[in-house]
Design a binder for this molecule. Structure first.
Ligand SMILES: Cc1cc2nc3c(=O)[nH]c(=O)nc-3n(C[C@H](O)[C@H](O)[C@H](O)COP(=O)(O)O)c2cc1C
Length: 179
């Protein structure tokens, strides 16, 4: 049976460079029998974590009612989680960081996942992705029994659509097909 794959696309640019990589990964995974859910989080209502501590005394339930409930459901039932982000000031997007912080309510329950990173940036320097990568590693360091299985660092793409003429499209497809 195929795996359940959750793809979290965090750029505000729909069908932009990182979102396009998500679509390629999804296509590969679907064609290989996986069940794929893509979430474009800019369309979702995700409040900041308030650090109120409610989740600590309510078995991981959050005091806030917004779209994080459905996202957390998807996170918990997935076998594979793909985090996608543009590089913003050498870090991940604020949208993705906001989502990650809200996982505090359930992070101890997120176990046994296979993780992928799909990152895009205008620059193509050796260290362009280091800090975005480290942000995602920071989350993964807090999860148990997970494997970071692959990452794509798609540098040199600035304007929407520039990703389409790069080898990263095929790379994302192949990665998805191999989950
Ligand atoms: C707010 C903002 C900050 C950015 N910061 C960086 C950066 O630090 N380094 C870089 O190489 N590109 C930077 N970029 C460019 C994006 O990473 C690049 O255009 C990327 O391909 C966008 O992906 P998207 O189409 O999925 O949004 C920035 C873009 C924006 C809008």
């Amino acid at each position: 049976m195929g795996k359940r794959v959750l793809i979290i696309s965090s750029s505000p640019r729909k069908n932009g460079n990182s979102d396009t990589l998500c679509h390629s990964f999804a296509k590969g995974a679907k064609e290989n029998g996986s069940e794929v859910t893509e979430i474009f989080i800019n369309d979702k209502k995700i409040n900041y974590c308030k650090a109120c501590g409610y989740c600590e005394t309510h078995n991981g339930a959050c005091s806030q009612k917004d779209d994080m409930d459905e996202i957390i459901d998807e996170v918990l039932k997935s076998d594979v989680i793909v985090f996608s982000s543009p590089v913003y000031f050498y870090s991940i997007s604020g949208q993705l960081k906001t989502l990650i912080d809200r996982l505090v309510a359930v992070y101890t329950k997120i176990t046994g996942k296979e993780i992928y990173y799909l990152l895009t940036a205008a620059e193509n320097g050796k260290s362009t992705f280091d800090r975005a990568d480290a942000c995602l590693d920071g989350l993964c360091d807090c999860l148990s029994d997970i494997k970071i299985k692959g990452m794509i660092y798609a540098g040199g793409v600035w304007k929407k659509g520039e990703i389409n003429s790069t080898r990263y499209i095929q790379q994302a497809y192949d990665m998805g097909a191999a989950v």
